[in-house]
Write a protein of this length. Structure first.
Length: 327
């Protein structure tokens, strides 16, 4: 009996070893067949290794009383003390809620605007007008938020601002935009759409251009109007792309758009109740206290929560629409 079991185990190990050799052989065979494709992908792989994976070693700073002079190896290990700083502050609930609320607005209205732009552009008949309109809508994406902030100040300034001059023509008193936080979620959403919706529509336009034209021709022969073709053909076929990009966007829902918000809001404490997000809060703490361990801890926490959210949303998408899931 023992000899039979030993023989069976030996056979199984030999089978596993053969399977592993086959897998390795298949891997090198794949590299040999598609060597030029992998060579094209190599710079991207190296970029991710150098700038995305190697820096992960710095996560240890989140658990240290980091001192630049001592470095990572010489700084004292303090466990979860850096995380306590953030959660012991009286503003963390407001900061987190602002971050999530603004990102939900950005994702929701940004997606709606990008899809609408993509559909409208693809429905335009004239090629010349289509190209010009695409260029105009994409251009804001390449403007720095610092430049946008300068224009924004000229628009909302109490004295001499364009908006206050405009409403003043109707006898309305100037609005103190720069000291009224309740206006700013709507202002930031409009700026986000203006700045990024045109560029974000490129993916949706590419998806629409890949739809078989015969489907639209068949619908036209059946008497479908343009709106009906958009509703029953274009939008359903855009659904997987919308879900996929939404899943990716949800991963950053705990990361505030620091470049945008800090450039526009700056250090204006009057607007913090509705605009202060995790990233700007941590940046101010880093500048005022010089505590790199605390900022690293919050960044690490944001990454973990983002990862969990992506896995969760992807799981839900896989159950409801399997073709739209990432994996």
């Amino acid at each position: 009996m023992s000899n039979t079991m030993t023989s069976t185990q030996t056979t199984m190990k030999a089978s596993e070893a053969k399977k592993q050799r086959g897998t390795v052989s298949a891997f090198f065979h794949e590299l040999k067949i598609n060597k030029f494709m992998y060579a094209l992908a190599l710079p991207g792989v190296v970029w991710f290794l150098v700038f995305a994976y190697l820096p992960m070693g710095g996560i240890v700073v989140a658990f240290q009383d980091f001192k630049a002079v001592k470095g990572i190896t010489g700084s004292k290990f303090v466990g979860l003390k850096n995380f306590q700083f953030f959660f012991n502050s009286s503003d963390w609930i407001k900061v987190v809620s602002n971050t999530v609320f603004l990102n939900v607005l950005f994702i929701t209205f940004g997606t709606i605007a990008a899809v609408a732009i993509a559909i409208m552009v693809t429905e335009i008949g004239g090629k010349w007008f289509k190209k010009v309109s695409q260029s105009v809508m994409i251009f804001p994406h390449f403007l720095s938020w610092t430049v946008v902030a300068m224009f924004m100040t000229a628009f909302v300034a109490t004295d001499g601002g364009f908006l206050n001059q405009f409403i003043g023509m109707f006898g309305i008193e100037p609005i103190q935009y720069l000291s009224s936080p309740h206006y700013w979620p709507a202002i930031l959403v409009m700026l986000k759409i203006w700045h990024g919706a045109g560029f974000g529509s490129i993916v949706y336009m590419a998806t629409i251009s890949g739809i078989n034209p015969e489907i639209y021709e068949s619908a036209a022969m059946d008497g479908a109007s343009r709106l009906q073709k958009i509703r029953f053909i274009t939008l359903p076929l855009l659904k997987p792309t919308v879900i996929l990009l939404t899943i990716l966007a949800v991963g950053g829902i705990f990361n505030g758009d620091f470049g945008m918000i800090y450039a526009i809001i700056g250090r204006n404490p009057l607007l913090y109740p509705s605009t202060d997000v995790i990233d700007t809060y941590v940046f101010r703490a880093l500048m005022d206290l010089g505590d790199m361990g605390m900022s690293a801890a919050v960044g690490f926490l944001q990454s973990i929560i983002g990862f969990i959210l992506v896995i969760t949303v992807n799981y839900v998408a896989k159950k409801t629409s399997p073709d739209s899931a990432i994996f």
